[in-house]
Ligand binder design. Structure first.
Ligand code: NAD
Ligand code: WQD
Length: 338
């Protein structure tokens, strides 16, 4: 299929471009380079041994999206990654988050409608479950209002797509709720590129190991978990990328419904200390870390029930926490060389 990937030079988008290419799809990329750089395009070329049509465009401008769809002709599916993703930043600039994440989404849907593109995959998040009451969370676990504009932009995005799909039976939508993507492609040519001080655990670990940060702060050691630190479902970004490929196949095949939702995690929760331990062990590095108070807004624990993705999509995560920790460090070492 000819697949247009918005945000395709970002962290998850770039890994998905590789997976789509490997599965034989033709990929077109849109990105406004807000949270990445053009070097990722060269890296993709090296990994895939081919170049991709790339358009530096902002999804908030519908006319410029239309130009791309019209120039490319016959786009058959859209995978929509482009969004702002910082929970904290969204509290400071809510309007910007609604602009990128909601207006941008609406523009992409409207352009799909205009050009009769009927396959759509949306990057949603486990953040839609908020602080859940059941473990693990299934796709039927209720969505909760989030304390942050970022979290709400994902919940509202899902709601917009549900309503749209209910009115447009020809439009087939897959909502993928990602858990905590970490790690990098085995080439170490692409990976996560956090701007400034990382808010997420794995980039903070790798930057501490690299000496860019003095010390990792572990937020909270008094959670009711096996070692007192919070639990998340960390998933290798290449496993996550591959989930998009099978989702495209499913979008083509689905018959009972024209919208479906899947948890994309490993099905296993790991504590923050377990991640640190795995990182230290597989990379033979001693990490400088200290316990501090819990971080505001953090949930104690969440991990995915992945039974639905397994039985319906035939997809399950293959890579281990060790693979995640190894590849994240390989990537960090490579960034430092650039
Ligand atoms: P990222 O910031 O690395 O990638 C997003 C890409 O979109 C960037 O390259 C950025 O330049 C681009 N972009 C942003 N606004 C744009 C705009 N207005 N027009 C065009 N391009 C724009 O983020 P990511 O981690 O790859 O996340 C991808 C998607 O997955 C996002 O929708 C995010 O909300 C969602 N998600 C991410 C995580 C995570 O932990 N990384 C978890 C759950 C969901
Ligand atoms: C994981 C654990 C931290 C940094 C975020 C978004 C969520 C979704 C996934 C997009 C927590 C602890 C972290 C550090 C630490 N993204 N930690 N020291 O908070 O689960 O989710 O990414 O949709 O919306 O909120 O991920 O990597 O920030 O934190 O101790 O320096 O690591 O407290 O327990 P989180 P994270």
């Amino acid at each position: 299929m000819k697949v247009l990937v918005t945000g395709g030079l970002g962290y998850i988008g770039s890994h998905t471009v590789v997976a789509l290419h490997e599965a034989g799809h033709e990929v077109v990329i849109i990105d406004n380079l807000d949270n990445t750089n053009i070097g990722v395009l060269d890296a993709l070329k090296r990994i895939c041994d081919r170049s991709f049509n790339f358009y530096e465009r902002d999804i908030r401008q519908q006319e410029s999206l239309e130009e791309v769809f019209s120039q490319e002709k016959n786009v058959e599916a859209v995978i929509h990654f482009a969004a702002r993703k910082s929970v904290n930043e969204s509290l400071k600039m809510p309007a910007a988050y609604f602009d990128h994440n909601i207006k941008g989404l609406i523009n992409v849907i409207a352009t799909c409608e205009k050009f009769a593109v009927h396959r759509f995959i949306f990057s949603s998040s486990c953040t839609v479950y908020g602080d859940p009451d059941v473990f693990p969370v299934t796709e039927l676990t209720p969505r909760k209002k989030s304390p942050t504009p970022y979290g709400n932009s994902k919940r509202i995005g899902e709601e917009i797509l549900e309503e749209y799909a209910s009115l447009k039976p020809e439009f087939r939508v897959i909502l993928l709720r990602y858990f905590n993507p970490v790690g990098a492609h085995e080439s170490a040519l692409i990976g996560e590129l956090p701007l400034g001080v990382p808010a997420n655990l794995m980039p903070f670990i790798t930057q501490t190991a690299a000496g860019i940060r003095e010390k990792l702060r572990v937020f909270g050691k008094d959670y009711e978990t096996r070692d007192g630190t919070a639990i998340r479902d960390f998933i290798h970004v290449m496993d996550l990328a591959e989930a998009h490929v099978v989702s495209l196949d499913y979008a083509n095949a689905m018959q009972q419904t024209n919208i479906d939702v899947f948890n994309i995690g490993t099905g296993t929760g790991n504590t923050v200390l377990e991640v640190i331990e795995a990182f230290e062990r597989v990379n033979n590095i001693k990490l400088n870390y200290a316990f501090v108070d819990r971080r505001d807004g953090d949930v104690e624990k969440i991990w995915a029930d992945t039974e639905k993705a397994d039985s319906v999509l035939g997809w399950r995560a293959k890579r281990s926490l060790d693979d995640m920790a190894l590849s994240a460090w390989q990537w960090q070492k490579n960034i430092d060389k650039k």
